[in-house]
Design a protein around this ligand. Structure first.
Ligand code: NOJ
Length: 514
């Protein structure tokens, strides 16, 4: 049963920006296939691919027009099948992105649902009783349809919410309950989409906005009920496939809903935020920051309860970044990024590396929004492979590119960092290999806190016979610790091992093996 997740390190690919093989300026599926050996060599044995379905791209593909068709700009179904076969040949796993909460308003279900005359899809979305009925507590689009009613959206205005019913029905004239046949018809349609891809042999899904299905469901009870039924289908028919949620609530997602893993997202004042992204103006209170003065306890207060309740059921996923957040260099220098990678690759859970983070690609603040990206656009620029035209991303002319490549003088590239001792790339690669070669560092092995003090550095934790010391602050720190002849497995920066103390220099990391 989904044993492969225990030893997986994922690479996330935003396909439009990865590698363009037909010189149209947009990355494509053959481009992903061409780079499988690169990804495998980095140490990643699984890929999460952002949506590649047919779409008008008002939200970069999260506005799905046809769940069973590949967007022509990425290639054909043949290209997809070839990619999957090449991945499996290399013993790599593929997760597609499942968007269950909404479709594009150009989806044929919605085109039918908008019609005045009742039809098979009239209840697939959430429409009020008539157009004059628009309670302000819901995000409703008014006066756009032939049908006499307003429809609810899940994200952008172009993304009508699919109808999984309401847990508390407040307006019975138009709200279906979560256990109504109409709501469960949507669940069946979702399962049908999943079976389509699982039957092709994919290894699971990253699930977009997994908590957003049933409305008026604050405790997520009915939403969890749907996911458990999806999980049951998977356990029965696709026991090796996995579901990873965009939720950031391990209790509700992993324990209550049956997800195999849940992303630790950057939410205001949660543990991930306290670790890496807790910046307002010039004040950066993250634990990992330049001149770091964060508080590890703020991370632990959030992380430990979620970890403790979910660790026997699934995994929390640490990610270097994703397509929705500013990349790490917006918050910290390469030195600190390397420490953050060391931390992520020695913590429990399933690690995710966002394309380009292995070379610390920049977050661009100077770009006009692309395909609904807005502030996220700066994290979605083309991959920087080498020093050639467009950094090797595409042969197209510059003005045709999906987004501009980073042409700043010191723009990092794979070519510039591969084989360079101490580069962000080599640091991450070494750490991934150490994780994969040592079962005690694997995704589900024991984790224990050794030293964590309010407003103090370092943070020290044990994984089996390994102990990790991480000190992003500028100051040298000494902790009582009997190393007893332990071997240094990996280090960044400096340290001194005494008889009963370990001294860890500022901006340093040490991994001991007993
Ligand atoms: C979360 C995705 O990661 C994001 O990119 C997208 O815009 C929204 N969900 C809506 O689907």
């Amino acid at each position: 049963m989904t044993d492969w997740l225990r030893n997986s390190v994922f690479y996330q690919i935003y396909p439009q920006s990865f590698l363009d093989t037909n010189a149209d300026g947009i990355g494509d599926l053959p481009g992903v296939t061409a780079k499988l050996d690169y990804i495998k060599d980095l140490g990643c044995n699984a890929i999460w691919l952002n949506p590649i379905y047919d779409s008008p791209f008002l939200d970069a593909g999260y506005d799905v027009r046809d769940y069973k068709k590949i967007a022509p700009r990425y290639g054909t179904m043949g290209d997809f099948e070839h990619l999957l076969a090449e991945m499996h040949k290399r013993d790599m796993k593929l997760l597609m992105d499942l968007v269950p909460g909404h479709t594009s308003d150009t989806h044929e279900w919605f085109q039918a649902a908008k019609k005045a005359e009742r039809n098979e899809f009239s209840d697939r979305y959430i429409f009020t009783e008539c157009v004059w009925d628009a309670p302000s507590e819901y995000r409703l689009m008014c006066g756009l349809c032939e049908r006499d009613g307003n429809y609810m959206v899940n994200y952008f205005s172009s993304q009508p919410a699919l109808n999984y019913g309401f847990y508390h029905v407040k307006y019975p004239e138009w709200q279906k309950s979560a256990d109504s046949p109409e709501a469960w018809a949507t669940v069946e349609a979702l399962k049908d989409i999943m079976r389509f891809w699982l039957n092709k042999g994919i290894d699971g899904f990253r699930v977009d906005m997994a908590d957003s299905l049933v409305k008026n469901d604050d405790e997520k009870i009915a939403t969890a009920n749907i996911w458990r039924s999806v999980r049951q289908m998977m356990d029965e028919c696709y026991p090796d496939a996995v579901l990873i949620s965009e939720w950031s609530d391990p209790l509700r997602s992993i324990v209550n809903s049956g997800f195999h893993a849940d992303f630790y997202l950057d939410h205001q004042n949660n543990g991930y935020n306290y670790l890496f992204r807790c910046k307002s103006g010039d004040d950066n209170r993250s634990f990992f920051a330049d001149n770091a003065h964060g508080d590890i306890e703020e991370f632990l207060a959030d992380y430990i309860p979620g970890y403790t309740c979910s660790k026997d059921h699934g995994y929390i996923c640490f990610m270097t970044n994703n397509h929705d957040m500013p990349r790490a260099p917006f918050y910290m220098s390469d030195d600190i990024i390397k420490l953050s990678h060391a931390f992520m690759m020695t913590m429990p859970g399933v690690p995710f590396v966002y394309y380009g983070d292995e070379i610390a690609m920049r977050y661009r603040t100077d770009l006009v929004s692309k395909e609904g990206g807005y502030s996220r656009t700066g994290s979605r620029t083309p991959m920087q492979w080498n020093f050639e035209k467009n950094h090797g991303f595409s042969d197209a002319d510059e003005e045709m590119l999906y987004l501009p490549v980073d042409n700043c003088e010191n723009a990092p590239t794979v070519e510039g960092q591969k084989g360079q001792d101490g580069s962000v790339y080599e640091n991450l690669r070494s750490l991934i290999y150490i994780r994969k070669e040592n079962p005690e560092l694997s995704n589900d092995s024991e984790f224990e806190i050794v030293y964590a003090r309010h407003n103090e550095y370092p943070f020290v934790y044990r994984r089996g016979s390994f102990t990790a010391f991480v000190n992003p602050s500028n100051d040298t720190k000494e902790v009582d610790y009997a190393a007893n002849g332990a071997l240094v497995q990996y280090s960044i920066g400096g340290y001194d091992i005494g008889e009963n103390t370990v001294t860890i220099h500022g901006r340093s990391f040490l991994l001991l093996k007993h």
